[in-house]
Design a protein around this ligand. Sequence first.
Ligand code: 3NM
Ligand code: MG
Length: 524
Amino acid sequence: MTIDFSLYLVTGRELLPPGKEYLESLEEALQGGVTVVQIREKKSDTLEFLEIARESKILCEKYKVPLIINDRIDIALAVQADGVHLGQTDMPVHIAKTLLPAGTVIGVSCNDPDHVKKAIEDEVDYIGIGAVWGTTTKKLTSPVIGVRGVGSLLQALDGTKIKAVAIGGINSTNVLRTLHGSVSTSGHRLDGIAVVSDIVASSAPRSAAKSLRYSLDAWVHHFNVQSRVPQIYDVETIKNGVVELMRVIRDKSPLIHQITNVVVTNQSANATLALGASPIMATAPEEMHDLSRIPGSLLINFGTITDKGSMILAGQYANEAQKPIVFDPVGVGATQFRKTTASELLNAWQASVIKGNAGEMASLANSNEVQAKGVDSVGPGFADSATFIREIAKKERCVAVMTGPTDWVSDGTIVVKLENGHKILGDITGSGCLVGTCVATFCAGASLLSAAPETSPGPELAKLVRGNMLMGAVGGVLALTVAAECAAERSDVHGSGTFLPALIDELYNLKPETLLSRAKVQVL
Ligand code: 3NM
Ligand code: MG
Protein backbone atom coordinates (compact mmCIF):
# COMPACT_ATOMS: atom_id res chain seq x y z
CA MET A 1 0.00 0.00 0.00
CA THR A 2 1.14 3.59 -0.55
CA ILE A 3 1.04 5.73 2.54
CA ASP A 4 0.90 9.51 2.73
CA PHE A 5 3.61 10.11 5.32
CA SER A 6 3.22 13.87 5.47
CA LEU A 7 1.70 14.14 8.94
CA TYR A 8 2.66 11.08 10.93
CA LEU A 9 1.19 10.88 14.43
CA VAL A 10 2.95 8.72 17.00
CA THR A 11 0.78 8.12 20.05
CA GLY A 12 1.84 8.77 23.63
CA ARG A 13 -0.98 8.19 26.08
CA GLU A 14 1.08 9.32 29.07
CA LEU A 15 1.21 12.82 27.55
CA LEU A 16 -2.56 13.35 27.30
CA PRO A 17 -3.62 16.50 29.14
CA PRO A 18 -5.91 16.11 32.16
CA GLY A 19 -9.48 15.36 31.13
CA LYS A 20 -8.62 14.26 27.58
CA GLU A 21 -9.53 10.69 26.68
CA TYR A 22 -7.16 8.80 24.39
CA LEU A 23 -9.69 7.97 21.68
CA GLU A 24 -11.19 11.45 21.74
CA SER A 25 -7.73 12.93 21.23
CA LEU A 26 -6.92 10.50 18.43
CA GLU A 27 -10.18 11.22 16.61
CA GLU A 28 -9.63 14.96 16.80
CA ALA A 29 -6.08 14.53 15.49
CA LEU A 30 -7.44 12.51 12.56
CA GLN A 31 -9.96 15.26 11.87
CA GLY A 32 -7.12 17.77 11.90
CA GLY A 33 -5.35 16.05 9.02
CA VAL A 34 -3.07 13.33 10.38
CA THR A 35 -2.25 10.96 7.51
CA VAL A 36 -0.78 7.94 9.32
CA VAL A 37 -0.86 6.76 12.94
CA GLN A 38 1.70 4.73 14.85
CA ILE A 39 0.63 3.15 18.13
CA ARG A 40 3.53 3.40 20.52
CA GLU A 41 2.94 1.74 23.90
CA LYS A 42 6.15 1.41 25.82
CA LYS A 43 4.69 0.60 29.21
CA SER A 44 1.58 -1.48 28.51
CA ASP A 45 1.04 -5.18 29.01
CA THR A 46 0.20 -7.21 25.96
CA LEU A 47 -3.52 -7.28 26.64
CA GLU A 48 -3.74 -3.52 27.16
CA PHE A 49 -1.65 -2.84 24.04
CA LEU A 50 -3.90 -5.14 22.05
CA GLU A 51 -7.03 -3.38 23.24
CA ILE A 52 -5.63 0.07 22.43
CA ALA A 53 -4.50 -1.13 19.01
CA ARG A 54 -7.95 -2.60 18.25
CA GLU A 55 -9.80 0.55 19.23
CA SER A 56 -7.33 2.74 17.34
CA LYS A 57 -7.71 0.59 14.24
CA ILE A 58 -11.46 1.14 14.18
CA LEU A 59 -11.00 4.91 14.37
CA CYS A 60 -8.27 4.96 11.77
CA GLU A 61 -10.42 2.94 9.38
CA LYS A 62 -13.21 5.46 9.83
CA TYR A 63 -10.85 8.17 8.56
CA LYS A 64 -9.14 5.87 6.02
CA VAL A 65 -5.79 6.42 7.70
CA PRO A 66 -3.27 3.55 7.90
CA LEU A 67 -2.23 2.16 11.27
CA ILE A 68 1.32 1.17 12.21
CA ILE A 69 2.37 -0.70 15.34
CA ASN A 70 5.58 0.15 17.16
CA ASP A 71 7.90 -2.76 17.86
CA ARG A 72 5.37 -5.58 18.42
CA ILE A 73 4.98 -7.92 15.44
CA ASP A 74 2.45 -10.03 17.34
CA ILE A 75 0.15 -7.07 17.99
CA ALA A 76 0.46 -5.98 14.35
CA LEU A 77 -0.56 -9.49 13.25
CA ALA A 78 -3.40 -9.67 15.76
CA VAL A 79 -5.05 -6.43 14.62
CA GLN A 80 -4.04 -6.73 10.96
CA ALA A 81 -2.20 -3.44 11.08
CA ASP A 82 -0.95 -1.83 7.90
CA GLY A 83 2.61 -1.74 9.11
CA VAL A 84 5.19 -1.99 11.87
CA HIS A 85 7.82 0.42 13.06
CA LEU A 86 11.06 -1.09 14.30
CA GLY A 87 13.76 0.52 16.39
CA GLN A 88 17.43 -0.39 16.08
CA THR A 89 17.12 -2.84 18.99
CA ASP A 90 13.78 -4.34 17.94
CA MET A 91 13.13 -7.39 15.74
CA PRO A 92 15.52 -7.36 12.74
CA VAL A 93 13.75 -6.39 9.53
CA HIS A 94 14.59 -9.57 7.64
CA ILE A 95 12.96 -11.69 10.36
CA ALA A 96 9.97 -9.37 10.67
CA LYS A 97 9.44 -9.80 6.94
CA THR A 98 9.18 -13.57 7.28
CA LEU A 99 6.56 -13.20 10.01
CA LEU A 100 4.35 -10.52 8.50
CA PRO A 101 1.99 -10.82 5.53
CA ALA A 102 3.42 -9.59 2.22
CA GLY A 103 2.73 -5.91 1.70
CA THR A 104 3.00 -4.96 5.37
CA VAL A 105 4.70 -1.57 5.55
CA ILE A 106 7.98 -1.63 7.45
CA GLY A 107 9.72 1.39 8.89
CA VAL A 108 12.85 1.73 10.97
CA SER A 109 14.37 4.44 13.15
CA CYS A 110 17.67 5.81 11.88
CA ASN A 111 20.07 8.30 13.34
CA ASP A 112 23.33 7.56 11.59
CA PRO A 113 24.50 6.67 8.07
CA ASP A 114 24.99 2.98 8.93
CA HIS A 115 21.37 2.69 9.99
CA VAL A 116 20.29 4.14 6.66
CA LYS A 117 22.61 1.85 4.74
CA LYS A 118 21.16 -1.16 6.54
CA ALA A 119 17.59 0.05 5.97
CA ILE A 120 18.30 0.26 2.23
CA GLU A 121 19.76 -3.27 2.20
CA ASP A 122 16.71 -4.47 4.10
CA GLU A 123 14.43 -2.77 1.58
CA VAL A 124 12.26 -1.07 4.18
CA ASP A 125 9.40 1.18 3.11
CA TYR A 126 10.28 4.22 5.16
CA ILE A 127 12.69 5.51 7.78
CA GLY A 128 12.15 7.80 10.75
CA ILE A 129 15.13 10.12 11.18
CA GLY A 130 15.77 11.66 14.56
CA ALA A 131 15.99 13.24 16.84
CA VAL A 132 15.92 16.40 14.77
CA TRP A 133 15.40 18.69 17.76
CA GLY A 134 15.57 17.98 21.45
CA THR A 135 12.65 16.07 22.96
CA THR A 136 11.50 14.97 26.38
CA THR A 137 8.98 12.50 25.02
CA LYS A 138 11.56 9.75 24.61
CA LYS A 139 14.80 9.15 26.41
CA LEU A 140 17.29 9.62 23.60
CA THR A 141 20.19 7.21 23.34
CA SER A 142 22.02 9.14 20.62
CA PRO A 143 22.74 12.84 20.09
CA VAL A 144 20.24 15.22 18.52
CA ILE A 145 21.22 15.39 14.84
CA GLY A 146 19.69 18.70 13.78
CA VAL A 147 18.19 19.56 10.42
CA ARG A 148 21.56 19.36 8.72
CA GLY A 149 22.04 15.89 10.12
CA VAL A 150 18.64 14.89 8.73
CA GLY A 151 19.65 16.36 5.37
CA SER A 152 22.85 14.35 5.20
CA LEU A 153 21.00 11.10 5.99
CA LEU A 154 18.41 11.88 3.32
CA GLN A 155 21.12 11.99 0.69
CA ALA A 156 21.82 8.30 1.27
CA LEU A 157 18.25 7.58 0.09
CA ASP A 158 18.86 9.07 -3.36
CA GLY A 159 17.86 6.60 -6.03
CA THR A 160 15.75 4.51 -3.67
CA LYS A 161 11.98 4.58 -3.20
CA ILE A 162 12.30 4.68 0.59
CA LYS A 163 10.27 7.44 2.21
CA ALA A 164 11.53 9.49 5.14
CA VAL A 165 10.04 11.40 8.02
CA ALA A 166 11.86 13.43 10.67
CA ILE A 167 10.97 13.08 14.34
CA GLY A 168 11.85 14.64 17.67
CA GLY A 169 10.65 17.95 19.08
CA ILE A 170 8.81 19.07 15.95
CA ASN A 171 6.03 21.59 16.60
CA SER A 172 4.14 24.31 14.79
CA THR A 173 6.80 26.94 15.40
CA ASN A 174 9.72 24.91 14.04
CA VAL A 175 7.92 22.83 11.40
CA LEU A 176 8.83 25.12 8.50
CA ARG A 177 12.42 25.36 9.65
CA THR A 178 12.47 21.56 9.93
CA LEU A 179 11.16 21.08 6.41
CA HIS A 180 13.35 23.75 4.83
CA GLY A 181 16.48 22.68 6.68
CA SER A 182 16.13 18.91 6.23
CA VAL A 183 17.25 18.80 2.62
CA SER A 184 20.31 17.04 1.25
CA THR A 185 22.88 18.67 -1.02
CA SER A 186 21.33 16.67 -3.83
CA GLY A 187 17.91 18.18 -3.06
CA HIS A 188 16.38 15.13 -1.36
CA ARG A 189 13.51 16.30 0.87
CA LEU A 190 11.43 14.82 3.66
CA ASP A 191 8.18 13.04 2.89
CA GLY A 192 6.74 14.11 6.18
CA ILE A 193 7.12 14.86 9.85
CA ALA A 194 6.35 12.65 12.82
CA VAL A 195 5.13 14.15 16.06
CA VAL A 196 4.01 13.02 19.47
CA SER A 197 3.68 15.79 22.01
CA ASP A 198 2.71 18.70 19.78
CA ILE A 199 -0.57 16.91 19.03
CA VAL A 200 -1.03 14.45 21.88
CA ALA A 201 -0.23 16.81 24.73
CA SER A 202 -2.53 19.46 23.31
CA SER A 203 -5.97 20.03 24.74
CA ALA A 204 -6.97 20.93 21.16
CA PRO A 205 -5.37 18.19 19.04
CA ARG A 206 -7.51 19.04 16.03
CA SER A 207 -6.14 22.55 15.76
CA ALA A 208 -2.61 21.38 16.61
CA ALA A 209 -2.76 18.93 13.69
CA LYS A 210 -4.39 21.51 11.45
CA SER A 211 -1.67 24.01 12.13
CA LEU A 212 1.04 21.50 11.15
CA ARG A 213 -1.05 20.44 8.14
CA TYR A 214 -1.28 24.07 7.01
CA SER A 215 2.49 24.56 7.10
CA LEU A 216 3.08 21.24 5.32
CA ASP A 217 0.67 22.12 2.52
CA ALA A 218 2.07 25.62 2.12
CA TRP A 219 5.59 24.22 1.97
CA VAL A 220 4.77 21.70 -0.75
CA HIS A 221 2.93 24.38 -2.70
CA HIS A 222 5.84 26.79 -2.28
CA PHE A 223 8.31 24.25 -3.63
CA ASN A 224 6.16 23.46 -6.62
CA VAL A 225 5.64 27.12 -7.48
CA GLN A 226 9.29 27.99 -6.94
CA SER A 227 10.59 25.22 -9.15
CA ARG A 228 8.24 26.18 -11.97
CA VAL A 229 9.16 29.85 -12.30
CA PRO A 230 12.86 30.45 -12.92
CA GLN A 231 14.05 33.99 -12.24
CA ILE A 232 15.63 35.68 -15.23
CA TYR A 233 18.42 38.14 -14.59
CA ASP A 234 20.53 40.37 -16.75
CA VAL A 235 22.89 43.21 -15.83
CA GLU A 236 20.29 45.93 -16.35
CA THR A 237 17.66 44.13 -14.26
CA ILE A 238 20.16 43.79 -11.45
CA LYS A 239 21.41 47.37 -11.54
CA ASN A 240 17.89 48.78 -11.67
CA GLY A 241 16.79 46.42 -8.91
CA VAL A 242 19.61 47.67 -6.68
CA VAL A 243 18.73 51.31 -7.30
CA GLU A 244 15.12 50.56 -6.43
CA LEU A 245 16.29 49.01 -3.15
CA MET A 246 18.33 52.14 -2.35
CA ARG A 247 15.13 54.17 -2.63
CA VAL A 248 13.10 51.75 -0.51
CA ILE A 249 15.73 51.83 2.24
CA ARG A 250 15.81 55.65 2.35
CA ASP A 251 12.05 55.81 2.11
CA LYS A 252 11.10 53.23 4.73
CA SER A 253 14.17 53.21 6.96
CA PRO A 254 13.96 49.52 7.97
CA LEU A 255 15.34 48.33 11.29
CA ILE A 256 18.64 46.51 10.88
CA HIS A 257 19.16 44.42 13.96
CA GLN A 258 22.83 43.57 14.25
CA ILE A 259 24.47 41.19 16.66
CA THR A 260 28.02 41.90 15.73
CA ASN A 261 31.50 42.09 17.12
CA VAL A 262 32.94 44.71 19.43
CA VAL A 263 35.54 45.80 16.86
CA VAL A 264 33.03 47.09 14.31
CA THR A 265 29.81 47.87 16.19
CA ASN A 266 30.11 51.63 15.95
CA GLN A 267 31.14 51.84 12.29
CA SER A 268 28.48 49.28 11.30
CA ALA A 269 25.75 51.34 12.98
CA ASN A 270 27.04 54.45 11.20
CA ALA A 271 27.12 52.71 7.81
CA THR A 272 23.52 51.57 8.32
CA LEU A 273 22.44 55.12 9.14
CA ALA A 274 24.36 56.47 6.15
CA LEU A 275 22.34 54.22 3.85
CA GLY A 276 19.12 55.57 5.37
CA ALA A 277 18.19 52.61 7.55
CA SER A 278 17.92 52.33 11.28
CA PRO A 279 20.45 50.24 13.23
CA ILE A 280 19.92 48.53 16.56
CA MET A 281 22.83 46.64 18.07
CA ALA A 282 20.80 44.70 20.67
CA THR A 283 22.28 41.56 22.20
CA ALA A 284 20.14 40.57 25.20
CA PRO A 285 18.16 37.34 24.67
CA GLU A 286 15.11 38.88 26.34
CA GLU A 287 14.62 41.39 23.52
CA MET A 288 15.07 39.09 20.52
CA HIS A 289 11.39 38.27 20.12
CA ASP A 290 10.19 41.86 20.23
CA LEU A 291 12.80 42.94 17.69
CA SER A 292 11.83 40.18 15.28
CA ARG A 293 8.40 41.75 14.89
CA ILE A 294 9.72 44.99 13.45
CA PRO A 295 10.18 44.99 9.65
CA GLY A 296 13.81 44.91 8.56
CA SER A 297 16.55 42.33 8.76
CA LEU A 298 18.93 40.56 11.09
CA LEU A 299 22.72 40.49 10.81
CA ILE A 300 24.60 37.85 12.73
CA ASN A 301 28.33 38.48 12.74
CA PHE A 302 30.28 36.29 15.11
CA GLY A 303 33.59 38.12 15.06
CA THR A 304 33.64 37.99 18.84
CA ILE A 305 31.27 35.28 20.03
CA THR A 306 29.79 36.31 23.34
CA ASP A 307 26.10 36.17 22.55
CA LYS A 308 25.59 32.71 21.09
CA GLY A 309 22.27 32.18 22.86
CA SER A 310 20.93 35.44 21.49
CA MET A 311 22.23 34.60 18.02
CA ILE A 312 20.28 31.33 18.09
CA LEU A 313 17.09 32.92 19.39
CA ALA A 314 17.21 35.95 17.11
CA GLY A 315 17.63 33.76 14.04
CA GLN A 316 14.79 31.44 14.97
CA TYR A 317 12.44 34.37 15.51
CA ALA A 318 13.60 35.96 12.25
CA ASN A 319 12.80 32.76 10.32
CA GLU A 320 9.39 32.71 11.94
CA ALA A 321 8.82 36.35 10.98
CA GLN A 322 10.14 35.66 7.43
CA LYS A 323 12.84 38.29 7.90
CA PRO A 324 16.21 38.13 6.12
CA ILE A 325 19.13 36.77 8.11
CA VAL A 326 22.60 37.69 6.92
CA PHE A 327 25.27 35.51 8.47
CA ASP A 328 28.86 36.71 8.57
CA PRO A 329 30.99 33.87 10.01
CA VAL A 330 34.02 36.01 10.70
CA GLY A 331 37.20 33.97 11.04
CA VAL A 332 35.24 30.71 11.04
CA GLY A 333 38.33 28.71 10.11
CA ALA A 334 40.43 30.24 12.87
CA THR A 335 39.29 28.03 15.74
CA GLN A 336 37.36 24.83 16.34
CA PHE A 337 34.98 26.80 18.57
CA ARG A 338 34.01 29.05 15.67
CA LYS A 339 33.49 26.07 13.38
CA THR A 340 31.27 24.31 15.90
CA THR A 341 29.35 27.50 16.59
CA ALA A 342 28.76 28.12 12.88
CA SER A 343 27.22 24.70 12.45
CA GLU A 344 25.18 25.11 15.62
CA LEU A 345 23.78 28.40 14.32
CA LEU A 346 23.10 27.06 10.84
CA ASN A 347 21.27 24.15 12.43
CA ALA A 348 19.10 26.47 14.48
CA TRP A 349 17.98 28.73 11.64
CA GLN A 350 18.10 29.15 7.88
CA ALA A 351 20.38 31.97 6.75
CA SER A 352 19.13 34.05 3.81
CA VAL A 353 22.64 35.19 2.89
CA ILE A 354 26.01 33.87 4.03
CA LYS A 355 28.88 36.25 3.44
CA GLY A 356 32.57 35.67 3.90
CA ASN A 357 36.02 36.03 2.39
CA ALA A 358 37.54 33.10 0.47
CA GLY A 359 39.14 31.63 3.61
CA GLU A 360 35.89 31.75 5.58
CA MET A 361 33.81 30.32 2.76
CA ALA A 362 36.36 27.55 2.20
CA SER A 363 36.18 26.64 5.86
CA LEU A 364 32.37 26.56 5.82
CA ALA A 365 32.48 24.31 2.77
CA ASN A 366 35.15 22.08 4.34
CA SER A 367 37.44 22.84 1.42
CA ASN A 368 41.18 23.25 1.91
CA GLU A 369 41.77 24.99 -1.39
CA VAL A 370 42.04 28.37 0.38
CA GLN A 371 43.64 28.89 3.78
CA ALA A 372 43.01 31.54 6.38
CA LYS A 373 45.09 33.27 8.97
CA GLY A 374 42.83 34.43 11.81
CA VAL A 375 40.11 36.45 10.15
CA ASP A 376 42.06 36.99 6.91
CA SER A 377 42.09 34.89 3.77
CA VAL A 378 45.52 33.86 2.52
CA GLY A 379 46.62 33.53 -1.09
CA PRO A 380 44.95 34.08 -4.44
CA GLY A 381 41.60 32.44 -3.68
CA PHE A 382 39.80 29.72 -5.63
CA ALA A 383 40.87 28.61 -9.07
CA ASP A 384 37.21 28.54 -10.08
CA SER A 385 35.38 30.97 -7.80
CA ALA A 386 32.19 30.94 -9.87
CA THR A 387 31.71 27.19 -9.49
CA PHE A 388 32.66 27.28 -5.83
CA ILE A 389 30.18 30.04 -4.94
CA ARG A 390 27.36 28.41 -6.88
CA GLU A 391 27.96 25.09 -5.14
CA ILE A 392 28.08 26.54 -1.63
CA ALA A 393 24.90 28.54 -2.28
CA LYS A 394 23.22 25.37 -3.47
CA LYS A 395 24.46 23.42 -0.48
CA GLU A 396 23.40 26.02 2.08
CA ARG A 397 20.24 26.81 0.08
CA CYS A 398 20.74 30.53 0.45
CA VAL A 399 22.51 33.34 -1.33
CA ALA A 400 26.28 33.14 -0.90
CA VAL A 401 28.61 36.11 -1.08
CA MET A 402 32.39 35.78 -1.31
CA THR A 403 34.33 38.99 -0.93
CA GLY A 404 37.83 39.79 -2.17
CA PRO A 405 39.39 41.83 -4.98
CA THR A 406 36.52 40.42 -7.03
CA ASP A 407 33.24 39.80 -5.22
CA TRP A 408 31.05 36.84 -6.09
CA VAL A 409 27.34 36.40 -5.38
CA SER A 410 25.21 33.38 -6.19
CA ASP A 411 21.79 32.00 -5.40
CA GLY A 412 22.85 28.51 -6.44
CA THR A 413 21.79 29.06 -10.03
CA ILE A 414 23.18 32.28 -11.40
CA VAL A 415 26.51 33.81 -10.41
CA VAL A 416 27.08 37.56 -10.28
CA LYS A 417 30.66 38.80 -10.57
CA LEU A 418 31.32 42.26 -9.12
CA GLU A 419 34.55 44.17 -9.64
CA ASN A 420 34.25 47.41 -7.75
CA GLY A 421 36.19 48.42 -4.67
CA HIS A 422 39.60 49.70 -3.74
CA LYS A 423 42.62 48.05 -2.17
CA ILE A 424 42.63 50.52 0.74
CA LEU A 425 39.58 48.62 2.06
CA GLY A 426 42.12 46.01 3.12
CA ASP A 427 43.87 48.58 5.34
CA ILE A 428 40.96 49.38 7.65
CA THR A 429 39.50 46.98 10.17
CA GLY A 430 36.08 45.52 9.55
CA SER A 431 35.67 46.32 5.86
CA GLY A 432 34.28 42.80 5.41
CA CYS A 433 31.92 43.42 8.33
CA LEU A 434 30.77 46.63 6.63
CA VAL A 435 29.88 44.60 3.55
CA GLY A 436 27.78 42.37 5.82
CA THR A 437 26.03 45.40 7.28
CA CYS A 438 25.30 46.84 3.83
CA VAL A 439 24.03 43.47 2.59
CA ALA A 440 21.74 43.19 5.62
CA THR A 441 20.47 46.70 4.92
CA PHE A 442 19.73 45.98 1.26
CA CYS A 443 18.12 42.64 2.12
CA ALA A 444 15.82 44.52 4.48
CA GLY A 445 14.91 46.75 1.55
CA ALA A 446 14.24 43.68 -0.60
CA SER A 447 12.07 42.19 2.10
CA LEU A 448 9.99 45.37 2.52
CA LEU A 449 9.56 45.58 -1.22
CA SER A 450 8.05 42.12 -1.36
CA ALA A 451 5.92 42.31 1.77
CA ALA A 452 2.59 40.91 0.69
CA PRO A 453 -0.63 41.89 2.42
CA GLU A 454 -1.01 39.94 5.64
CA THR A 455 -4.23 38.38 4.44
CA SER A 456 -2.71 36.66 1.41
CA PRO A 457 -2.72 32.91 1.97
CA GLY A 458 -0.79 30.31 -0.02
CA PRO A 459 2.82 29.48 -0.72
CA GLU A 460 4.16 32.82 0.58
CA LEU A 461 3.39 31.59 4.06
CA ALA A 462 5.78 28.69 3.70
CA LYS A 463 8.83 30.82 3.06
CA LEU A 464 11.47 31.48 5.66
CA VAL A 465 12.24 34.81 4.05
CA ARG A 466 10.38 37.27 1.84
CA GLY A 467 12.03 39.20 -0.95
CA ASN A 468 14.81 38.86 -3.48
CA MET A 469 17.90 38.09 -1.42
CA LEU A 470 20.18 37.91 -4.47
CA MET A 471 19.29 41.50 -5.28
CA GLY A 472 19.83 42.47 -1.64
CA ALA A 473 23.25 40.82 -1.55
CA VAL A 474 24.40 42.41 -4.81
CA GLY A 475 23.07 45.80 -3.66
CA GLY A 476 24.95 45.69 -0.38
CA VAL A 477 28.23 44.73 -2.01
CA LEU A 478 27.86 47.37 -4.73
CA ALA A 479 26.97 50.17 -2.33
CA LEU A 480 30.01 49.56 -0.16
CA THR A 481 32.51 48.96 -2.95
CA VAL A 482 31.36 51.88 -5.09
CA ALA A 483 31.39 54.19 -2.05
CA ALA A 484 34.93 52.93 -1.30
CA GLU A 485 36.09 53.91 -4.79
CA CYS A 486 34.59 57.37 -4.40
CA ALA A 487 36.17 57.81 -0.96
CA ALA A 488 39.61 56.59 -2.04
CA GLU A 489 39.66 59.11 -4.90
CA ARG A 490 39.01 62.09 -2.64
CA SER A 491 41.80 64.59 -2.18
CA ASP A 492 41.12 64.84 1.56
CA VAL A 493 41.84 61.14 2.05
CA HIS A 494 45.49 60.63 2.94
CA GLY A 495 45.48 57.12 4.37
CA SER A 496 43.37 54.54 6.18
CA GLY A 497 42.55 56.95 9.04
CA THR A 498 40.87 59.55 6.85
CA PHE A 499 39.47 56.86 4.53
CA LEU A 500 36.97 55.43 7.03
CA PRO A 501 35.00 58.65 7.72
CA ALA A 502 35.17 59.45 3.99
CA LEU A 503 33.68 56.03 3.28
CA ILE A 504 30.75 56.74 5.62
CA ASP A 505 30.28 60.11 3.87
CA GLU A 506 30.23 58.46 0.46
CA LEU A 507 27.63 55.92 1.60
CA TYR A 508 25.61 58.82 2.98
CA ASN A 509 25.83 60.75 -0.30
CA LEU A 510 25.68 57.78 -2.67
CA LYS A 511 23.50 58.63 -5.66
CA PRO A 512 21.74 56.12 -7.88
CA GLU A 513 23.48 57.65 -10.92
CA THR A 514 26.90 57.10 -9.36
CA LEU A 515 26.08 53.52 -8.57
CA LEU A 516 24.69 52.90 -12.06
CA SER A 517 27.65 54.44 -13.85
CA ARG A 518 30.37 52.84 -11.72
CA ALA A 519 28.92 49.38 -11.11
CA LYS A 520 30.96 46.63 -12.76
CA VAL A 521 28.50 43.77 -12.90
CA GLN A 522 28.65 40.57 -14.89
CA VAL A 523 26.03 37.83 -14.83
CA LEU A 524 27.43 34.34 -15.41
N1 3NM B 1 11.58 8.70 18.37
P1 3NM B 1 7.95 14.60 20.27
S1 3NM B 1 12.25 11.03 19.06
C1 3NM B 1 9.34 8.36 19.35
O1 3NM B 1 14.73 10.14 17.63
C2 3NM B 1 10.52 9.17 19.08
O2 3NM B 1 13.93 8.25 16.96
C3 3NM B 1 12.57 9.56 18.28
O3 3NM B 1 8.29 13.03 20.35
C4 3NM B 1 13.85 9.31 17.59
O4 3NM B 1 7.31 14.83 18.94
C5 3NM B 1 10.72 10.48 19.54
O5 3NM B 1 7.01 14.81 21.40
C6 3NM B 1 9.79 11.29 20.34
O6 3NM B 1 9.24 15.31 20.48
C7 3NM B 1 9.21 12.41 19.56
MG1 MG C 1 11.50 0.31 19.59
